[in-house]
Design a protein around this ligand. Structure first.
Ligand SMILES: O=C/C=C/C(C(=O)O)=C(/O)C(=O)O
Ligand code: FE2
Length: 300
C-alpha cells in the first residue's frame, strides 16, 4: 500500500497573483522564494516551498505529497493504475515547475488533483519570514469532498492514510505521527478548503488575531481549540476566499499511541469544532452543524 512520506505543497491557481503574493507575505507571514511571470513560490519552513500560486484560476488546486523514494513513487503509481485510476506521469517541465525529480498526478474520487513526488528540492537557506507570525511549518490541508465515505476509503485503502478522528462524516487523516495532514470536509465542489501552518505557541495565535483584526482581515473561525487534535487555532480568509489556518499544539502520537489509537467519533456540533465556544464563519462547518440540527429534529 502507498506510504505517503509527508505533505509537501499546495498549488493554488489564481487570477489575483499579485494580491495573493502580497497577502501571503504581508499578512500570512510567508517568505517569497521565487517569482516569475507564471507563478510565485512561498514557504513557511525550511523546505524549498510549500505554497505555489499559479497564474490562472482555471489551473485549480493541487496538493503534493512526498514519497520517500522514486521506487516507492513508481510502486504507488502502478497500484493506482491497477485500481483503475488514470495516472499521468509528470513531464520534465512539470517536474521543474514543482522543483522535484519525479512526479505523478491523479484525482481522488471527488476530483481533487493530487500529486506524488520524489526527491523534492531541499534548501540550504533557512526560512526568513516576512512577518513574525511565529510560523514553524506547513502542516496540513483541509480538502473538499463531495462524497466523504468514498473519499475516505480512497485515502485510507489506496493512499495508506489512517483516520485519527471524525466529526460527523469528516475524517481527519494522518500519514505519520501528526494527528492529521489531510481533513476531508463535505462540500459541493472539489478543491482545497484550507491551508494550515503551525505556529510556535498560543501567544502567536492571539497576537495574530488582534493584528489581523486591525488589518481588516476577515476572521473565519477562532481563536479556539479543536476538540479533535487539541490544537489552538485561528482561521482567516485570503484572496479568492482561500482560508488559512494558524494552529499550535496539534496532537502528536508516539509510535505506541499511533499503533493502538482508535478513531473517535465526534458529533457534528459546535463543541466538536471548538471547545472554547467560537462560532465558524466557514460554510462547510456551519452546514455540518445545520445538518446535525436537522437530523436531530427528525429523530423520534
Ligand atoms: O473543527 C474541525 C477541524 C479540526 C482540526 C483539528 O483537529 O486540528 C483541523 O485543523 C482540521 O480539520 O483542519
Ligand atoms: Fe485545519
Amino acid at each position: 500500500m502507498t506510504d505517503l512520506h509527508d505533505i509537501r505543497y499546495v498549488r493554488i491557481g489564481t487570477d489575483r497573483l499579485d494580491e495573493s503574493v502580497e497577502f501571503a507575505t504581508r499578512i500570512l507571514g510567508l517568505e517569497l522564494v521565487e517569482r516569475n511571470s507564471q507563478a510565485a513560490y512561498l514557504r513557511g519552513d525550511d523546505r524549498d516551498h510549500n505554497v505555489c500560486y499559479v497564474k490562472g484560476a482555471g489551473t485549480g488546486h493541487v496538493v503534493g505529497f512526498e514519497m520517500a523514494s522514486s521506487g516507492l513513487l513508481d510502486l504507488a503509481a502502478t497500484e493506482l493504475e491497477q485500481a483503475g485510476y488514470r495516472v499521468r506521469h509528470g513531464s520534465a517541465a512539470q517536474c521543474e515547475q514543482r522543483r522535484v525529480m519525479d512526479m505523478v498526478q491523479f484525482e481522488d474520487p471527488t476530483g481533487n488533483c493530487i500529486e506524488l513526488v520524489a526527491r523534492p528540492a531541499a534548501s540550504g537557506v533557512r526560512y526568513f519570514p516576512s512577518r513574525d507570525a511565529g510560523i514553524t511549518s506547513f502542516s496540513h490541508v483541509g480538502l473538499r469532498t463531495t462524497d466523504a465515505a468514498t473519499d475516505e476509503t480512497f485515502w485510507t485503502q489506496q493512499l495508506g492514510a489512517k483516520v485519527s478522528d471524525w466529526i460527523g462524516d469528516a475524517a481527519l487523516l494522518r500519514i505519520d505521527g501528526v494527528h492529521h495532514k489531510v481533513a476531508l470536509f463535505t462540500s459541493q465542489v472539489a478543491g482545497v478548503h484550507h491551508v494550515n501552518f503551525q505556529v510556535r505557541e498560543v501567544d502567536d495565535i492571539m497576537r495574530s488575531w488582534y493584528w489581523l483584526c486591525e488589518q481588516g482581515v476577515r476572521i473565519a473561525f477562532g481563536p479556539g481549540r479543536h476538540a479533535t487534535s487539541g490544537a489552538r487555532f485561528l482561521y482567516f480568509y485570503g484572496p479568492d476566499d482561500m482560508i488559512y489556518e494558524y494552529s499550535c499544539g496539534v496532537r502528536i502520537f508516539t509510535e505506541e499511541e499511533e499503533r493502538v489509537h482508535v478513531p473517535r467519533q465526534f458529533p457534528r456540533e459546535a463543541t466538536s469544532y471548538c471547545t472554547w465556544g467560537s462560532k465558524p464563519d466557514i460554510a462547510e462547518f456551519r452546514a455540518a452543524e445545520a445538518a446535525a440540527a436537522g437530523d436531530a429534529s427528525n429523530v423520534g
